[in-house]
Ligand binder design. Structure first.
Ligand SMILES: [Zn+2]
Length: 250
């Protein structure tokens, strides 16, 4: 009787262990396929964040370039004004008519005022370019650091993603090995329960609480669960349950 009981318990224990192993394979496979879906999204998010950071930090640089081209435009304007002043002065030497001479003087005066205004604008542009160039240098350093960080993070995620397929194959192989030893009727029961319970067919119970549905197990069932090695089901979620001392395990 004693030997019989011992043998029976051992068989039940093995059945349960196999189911627990099978559950671990299934849970890992679910986790891995979720990760496989999630990681490219993470990469996408990282790319977008870096792109918008780059755009923001390059604003000073863009402003600097705009001012730089505005500066050379204004320098060209001054060059053209100088040329036209020289030409007018040359023409003045040949003019005999006083009215025409006065008109040319006026023309030169207007050109000189315009030149003076542009020169004032150039001084303020140069001033701003000076200030901006300090900021742009700082921004470039910040961008460089952030780019390094971004590239490292991206590389880590990509490496993770690359190893997922290998991990999936490993767990699938493990699953096939475990599955071979699970009796067909028990496997069918497990699969059926698993399907109805968000992928979890077998779960531990500790301190009278089912770790699947977090509901209390009746005291008598909890007692039996600890003493006997029978396969029990949670009265609430129907998952196959087993007793596990969480403190002992930790
Ligand atoms: Zn439950």
């Amino acid at each position: 009787m004693c030997i019989f009981r011992g043998k029976r318990e051992k068989i039940l224990e093995e059945k349960l262990l196999l189911l627990i192993k099978l559950q671990e394979c299934d849970s890992q496979l679910v986790k891995l396929s979720a990760k496989k879906k999630k990681l490219p999204e993470n990469i996408d998010k990282l790319d977008k964040e870096f792109a918008s950071f780059k755009e923001e930090i390059e604003k000073n640089r863009v402003k600097y370039d705009e001012l730089k081209s505005s500066h050379s435009e204004k320098e060209n304007k001054i060059k053209r004004l100088n040329e036209s002043i020289v030409k007018t002065k040359e023409r003045m030497l040949e003019v005999k008519n006083n009215k025409e001479y006065q008109a040319m003087l006026k023309e030169i005066e207007i050109a000189e005022t315009s030149r003076s205004n542009i020169e004032t604008e150039i001084i303020s542009i140069l001033d701003e370019l000076d200030k901006l160039s300090v900021l742009v240098k700082k921004d470039e350093e910040t961008l460089k650091q952030n780019k390094n960080k971004y590239e490292q993070e991206k590389k880590t995620i990509e490496n993770d993603l690359n190893s997922i397929d290998t991990d999936i194959l490993d767990w699938e192989k493990k699953r096939i090995d475990v599955r071979k030893n699970v009796a067909e009727d028990l496997l069918a029961k497990y699969e059926k329960i698993k399907k109805r319970n968000q992928g979890i067919g077998v779960i531990s119970v500790w301190k009278s609480v089912c770790n699947g549905c977090h509901m209390n197990i009746p005291p008598q069932l909890y007692n039996e669960l600890q003493k006997s090695n029978q396969l029990f089901s949670c009265p609430n979620c129907d998952r196959i349950i087993y007793f596990q001392d969480m403190e002992k395990q930790a």
